[in-house]
Write a protein that binds this ligand. Structure first.
Ligand code: FE2
Ligand code: FE2
Length: 253
């Protein structure tokens, strides 16, 4: 299987990776492109150049709700995908992949704590149906599992863990420029440092796994693109719409 062409990275044809290093360079180029798209977006401007602490508070609160709504499904699918790895995979790689998910296990609860700290209603969050964006995120992770292509999982999780420390560090710096009254910073503060290590761990894992299974490098690249189709901007767009109109009750019930 070949990798899905990505417009800026591969103008035509199919991407072939000559080496694990080439794959990592490709993924890091894509992370940089997505970061540029995020920084050019209206949603990002609302936080980065936010004048109103109330507006920032609403944006972060709705963002934390999204994380809470998709995170448990993502972890469940991730662990199932890891368990689908070929049994010829060195067991130490399997161990590292699982250990990473152990460290992510309760981060939905971390997001929920921040949601509550920013005025969110815990009972509402725990009982409302998934938002369309969170449903889409969960669906991608579950379909990676359904297709039994665990190598795609590695690409998808790289987008999560490579982008998050950059975005959270930038958000932290932007929020520090305001009056510092923004509560609910546990998730951002934790991920600004923890995901630097996670990104390194996943990068090393991809390098090692790609060296072991060179014919699966395109699956890794494709998994990244599947997830990039919805994350982060498509998911965030609904967050910013809700925050802009002050409507936190997206449930139809
Ligand atoms: Fe996390
Ligand atoms: Fe992480």
């Amino acid at each position: 299987m070949s990798a899905i062409p990505v417009s800026a990275a591969a103008p035509a044809g199919e991407i072939e990776f000559a080496s694990p290093t080439g794959l990592i360079e490709h993924l890091d180029t894509r992370v940089a492109q997505i970061l540029s798209e995020v920084e050019a977006s209206a949603p990002w401007a609302a936080v980065a150049r936010g004048k109103s602490d109330e507006r920032i508070r609403r944006v972060l609160r709705e963002l934390y709700l999204e994380i809470f709504l998709y995170q448990a499904d993502s972890i469940e699918a991730a662990v199932a995908s890891i368990a689908q790895m070929p049994r010829t995979l060195p067991v130490s790689y399997f161990d590292e992949m699982l250990h990473h998910q152990v460290e992510e296990f309760d981060h939905g609860e971390m997001a929920l704590r921040d949601y509550i700290a920013l005025g969110g209603d815990e009972a509402y969050a725990r009982n409302c149906p998934q938002s369309p964006g969170s449903f889409a995120v969960a669906a991608i992770w579950r379909n990676i599992t359904h297709k039994r292509d665990p190598f795609a999982y590695l690409g998808a999780v790289y987008l999560f863990d490579a982008l998050t420390p950059i975005l959270t560090a930038k958000a932290k710096a932007a929020l520090a420029r305001n009056d510092g009254s923004v509560a609910g910073m546990e998730f951002i503060t934790h991920h600004a440092t923890a995901d630097i290590e996670h990104a390194k761990l996943i990068r090393n894992l991809i390098t090692d796994v790609a060296a072991f299974f060179p014919d699966r490098m395109s699956s890794i690249a494709n998994g990244f693109e599947y997830f990039a189709f919805v994350y982060p901007l498509a998911v965030w767009s609904q967050v910013f719409k809700r925050a802009a109109i002050g409507d936190t009750q997206f449930c139809m019930a």
